[in-house]
Design a protein around this ligand. Sequence first.
Ligand code: HEC
Ligand code: HEC
Length: 298
Amino acid sequence: MRKCPWGRAALFALTGLLPSLPGAAGTPAERGRYLVTTILACGNCHSPRAADGSPLPGRELSGGLAFDTPAFTATAANITPDPDTGIGRWSDEEIARALTEGVRPGHAALGGVPLAAIMPAGFYKALTPADLAAVVAYLRSVPPVRNAVPPPVYKLPAVHARYPDAERRYDETTLRDPVVRGAYLATIGHCMECHTPRVRGVSDYETAMGRGGVEFSPALVQGIGAGFTSSTSSNITSHPVAGIGAWSDGEIRRAIADGVSRDGRRLRPPMAFRYYANMAEDDLDALVAWLRTVPPLP
Ligand code: HEC
Ligand code: HEC
């Protein structure tokens, strides 16, 4: 569905009835649910899956994929409110701090020890205060599920690459600009973490942002589903041949939200299209508008 660019804005001004941001309607927990189950795709790592790769119903967020890298072995934690195996005993502030700083509270197992770098805290620090509170409110509202995940093993200190757009400050006013909102969504969705090659384990956002080529294998990521053999992230820069610069908006949206490439090929995991499928139209448009600004790379 296409909308004329000024139509909705004019309508907001006239009626004052519509939300200022897509997905912003309702209570904080509703906004949090929207974010967690779409662009943030927390369940893409934190929810256990059936053999076909689909999330196991009723067990969402109760512990998911296991990662085995030279730096760490870690399983995406149980982040339901179960007091013993989840984060039920953590305060709102403690959950927010784990999300944005990657640090566990002192009273938890491994208290104070930084989380493995695979947990995208360096991206979540860009969440606006309202969105961060919304995510915490939603996590508190999901049903507790008892499931103990194996403890992590750290082999090397956690190294985080600095993602430039995560250093920006976003607020209600700046987020009305579609390109800024797209940058925000791509940041909190950590799109470029998967789509940027690494140099000695550290993402090269400075010279290779969006170039793709990151390989995912069942040895590296366990629990994606029985049929998963491997996948390599695509070049999503605006390069007309190597990237998506020559694709139409509709083709880019179809890849993100339906998991179908331009040539009709079905995309493989861990591309999180299952989650992006429920994104608000305006948010998808904003994401596409921002992708168009990513400098082309061969
Ligand atoms: C790319 C995979 C990935 C994504 C996406 C992800 N996480 Fe995590 N998360 C992990 C892993 C792995 C761990 C465990 C790290 C460790 O043990 O060092 C973790 C740990 C955590 C913890 C600490 C829990 C504990 O008991 O120690 C919280 C809280 C958390 N994640 C919340 C979230 C939320 C909320 C989202 C979405 C906004 C999210 N995560 C997205 C992989 C991910
Ligand atoms: C957890 C890693 C991961 C995240 C996060 C991720 N992607 Fe992907 N993406 C992939 C992989 C892997 C592929 C290639 C899948 C394949 O070829 O089967 C892919 C494919 C794509 C494609 C298709 C390109 C083509 O040539 O077919 C687009 C477009 C895309 N991603 C955009 C995005 C956007 C935008 C985001 C953030 C909202 C995002 N991705 C987040 C891993 C990821």
